[in-house]
Design a binder for this molecule. Structure first.
Ligand code: GLN
Length: 476
C-alpha cells in the first residue's frame, strides 16, 4: 500500500485502526516533497517542523481515543495568497517577499480545527494573475504530468503539489479559472464553489466580486470532504453564507445534462473536444438526458471579465503602497515625498502583468470611460448570469471542457497576453455568474490530462459531487 496515493478516507481509516501514525504519514509526505519538489517546484515555502509537531498532537488524540475528524493528520498544501498566522504569505510577488501573516484566514482556522497538517505554501502567478504560474516573481512550477509544460495557473503550485503526491489535497483561489484550469492541466480534481459558499476572509483580494477559495484533490469525494470543512457563514466576510445541504443523491440517469454549443466551437483543441464529448456520451449511456443548449453571451465573457477584474484589482492592490505592507522604497531615500515612495515601491515590487492590470483597471474606471467600459461590462455580466438562469430551467447540470487546450509549453504564451487570456474562455463565465463548477479528469489527449467542467446552479455543489463521483467510478 502506497500511502501517497490513498484518499482522505483511506488514510483516516489507517490512522484510526492504528495501522499507521500521523507522524509516519507526515514523514512519508515530507520525503515525497524532498524527492519531487527539487524538480517540480510546487512550493514557495515548506512547514515541515510544524507539520511533524501537529502530527504528534493528532497521534496523541488517537491514542487517547478522542474523536478525530476525517481530515485529522491529512497533509495539505496552501496557495501562497491564503494567510497562515506566523508564516510568510507572498502571493507570488516581490512586494510581499518577506511579509509574514499576522492572522489565519477563515479557511485556515477551519482546517486547523480539523487538525490537518500543512505541508507548505504553494507557488502561484503574482497576485493570482495568470494561467501558467509563469508570472510568479520567484520561479516556474513544472507540470508533474509532463515537466516540459506549465501546470496552469494561477494556482499552479497547489495543482502540482496534489498531482506530484506531496500533499493529499490543496487549497487554491479561483477568480477566473485559477483552480479549474490548473486542475485540468495537471489531471486532478478542482472545485470553484458558489460565490459566497466559502469565506474570503484572509485570502489576498484580487477581484472581490469574483474570488472564491476551493479545494484540489485526487478524487471528487476528497474535494467534497474539504469543501464541507471550509464552507459556511463567516461574520468577517459579509458575502459568505451557510450552504443548504441537500442530501439527496443525484443519479446520472435521472439528470438532464446541458451541452452549450458555444463551448465546442472554433479554437478548441480537437483532442480536448473528443475526450469531453466521450465523457458526455458516457453520461448518456448511464441514462442521462443530453440537451443542447445555448449560452449566447459567452462570446462577451472574456471582454467583460478583463474589464471588471482589473477594475477591482486596481482598487484592491492600492493597499500595497510601500507604507502598510511589504516592500518599501522609503528607506532608499528618506527625502522622498509620499508620492515617490508609493511610485517607487510599487514599480519595484509589482511585476509586469500586475502593473498592466492596475493600469487597465484605473483606465476603465476613470471619468469619461466609466460608462463606456465598466458600466457596459457590468451589463454584460447581468446578461451572462441570465443565460445561465435560463439554461438551468431546462437542465440540472452543464458539461463543458474546462479549457480549450491541454497544458502548453513554457514560454508558449508569455509574449502574448491576449493568447494567455483566451485560456480562460470557458472558466470566466462561471465566475461572472457566481456559479459552482468542478473540473475533473476525463480521457487524456496525446498523453496529457484533459478536464471536464461540470457547472451546477447556485449552491448546487452536491449535484457536482454526485455526478463527478459516479463518472469517476464508471471509469475505474
Ligand atoms: N487566468 C485568469 C486571470 O489571469 C484567472 C486568474 C484567477 O482565477 N485567479 O485572471
Amino acid at each position: 500500500m502506497d500511502i501517497l496515493n490513498l484518499s482522505i478516507k483511506e488514510i483516516h481509516d489507517q490512522l484510526v485502526l492504528k495501522k499507521t501514525s500521523a507522524v509516519e504519514v507526515a514523514a512519508s509526505f515530507i520525503a515525497q516533497s524532498k524527492k519531487t519538489d527539487a524538480d517540480i517546484k510546487a512550493y514557495i515555502s515548506y512547514d515541515f517542523d510544524a507539520m511533524l509537531k501537529q502530527a504528534q498532537t493528532v497521534d496523541e488524540k488517537i491514542a487517547r481515543g478522542d474523536e478525530t475528524s476525517l481530515l485529522a493528520g491529512i497533509p495539505c498544501a496552501i496557495k501562497d495568497n491564503i494567510l497562515i498566522k506566523g508564516l510568510k504569505a507572498t502571493a507570488g510577488s516581490k512586494i510581499l517577499e518577506n511579509y509574514v501573516a499576522s492572522y489565519d484566514a477563515h479557511v485556515i482556522e477551519k482546517l486547523k480545527a480539523h487538525d490537518v497538517l500543512f505541508t507548505g505554501k504553494t507557488n502561484m502567478d503574482e497576485f493570482a494573475m495568470g494561467s501558467s504560474t509563469e508570472n510568479s516573481a520567484f520561479f516556474k512550477t513544472k507540470n508533474p504530468a509532463d515537466t516540459s509544460r506549465v501546470p496552469g495557473g494561477s494556482s499552479g503550485g497547489s495543482a502540482a503539489a496534489v498531482a506530484s503526491r506531496s500533499a493529499v489535497f490543496a487549497l487554491g483561489s479561483d477568480t477566473g479559472g485559477s483552480i479549474r484550469q490548473p486542475a485540468s492541466f495537471c489531471g486532478v480534481v478542482g472545485l470553484k464553489p458558489t460565490y459566497g459558499a466559502v469565506s474570503r476572509s484572509g485570502v489576498m483580494a484580487m477581484a472581490s466580486s469574483l474570488d472564491q477559495i476551493g479545494p484540489f484533490a485526487k478524487t471528487v469525494e476528497d474535494a467534497k470532504i474539504v469543501f464541507d470543512a471550509i464552507r459556511g457563514k463567516d461574520p468577517k466576510d459579509a458575502t459568505s453564507m451557510e450552504t443548504k445541504i441537500r442530501n439527496s443523491k443525484f443519479e446520472i440517469r435521472n439528470l438532464r445534462i446541458g451541452v452549450p454549443k458555444e463551448y465546442f466551437g472554433g479554437g478548441i483543441d480537437k483532442g480536448v473536444k473528443a475526450s469531453v464529448e466521450a465523457a458526455i456520451a458516457d453520461m448518456q449511456k448511464a441514462g442521462a438526458k443530453i440537451i443542447d443548449i445555448s449560452l449566447p453571451h459567452t462570446k462577451y465573457a472574456i471582454a467583460a471579465y478583463y474589464i471588471i477584474m482589473p477594475a477591482e484589482v486596481s482598487s484592491n492592490l492600492a493597499r500595497y503602497d510601500g507604507i502598510k505592507y511589504g516592500h518599501s522604497a522609503y528607506h532608499d531615500n528618506a527625502h522622498d515625498t509620499l508620492e515617490t515612495v508609493y511610485r517607487n515601491s510599487r514599480s519595484a515590487g509589482f511585476g509586469k502583468e500586475v502593473q498592466r492590470r492596475i493600469m487597465l483597471g484605473t483606465y476603465v474606471l476613470s471619468a469619461g470611460y466609466y460608462d463606456a467600459y465598466y458600466k457596459k461590462a457590468q451589463q454584460v455580466r447581468t446578461q451572462i448570469r441570465a443565460d445561465f438562469e435560463k439554461a438551468f430551467k431546462q437542465v440540472d447540470v452543464i458539461a463543458t471542457p474546462t479549457c480549450p487546450t491541454t497544458a502548453f509549453r513554457f514560454g508558449e504564451k508569455t509574449t502574448d497576453p491576449l493568447a494567455m487570456y483566451l485560456e480562460d474562455v470557458f472558466t470566466v463565465p462561471v465566475n461572472l455568474a457566481g456559479l459552482p463548477a468542478l473540473s475533473m479528469p476525463c480521457a487524456p489527449s496525446k498523453g496529457l490530462p484533459v478536464g471536464l467542467q461540470l457547472i451546477a446552479p447556485w449552491f448546487g455543489e452536491e449535484i457536482l459531487f454526485s455526478v463527478g463521483a459516479q463518472l469517476e467510478h464508471a471509469s475505474e
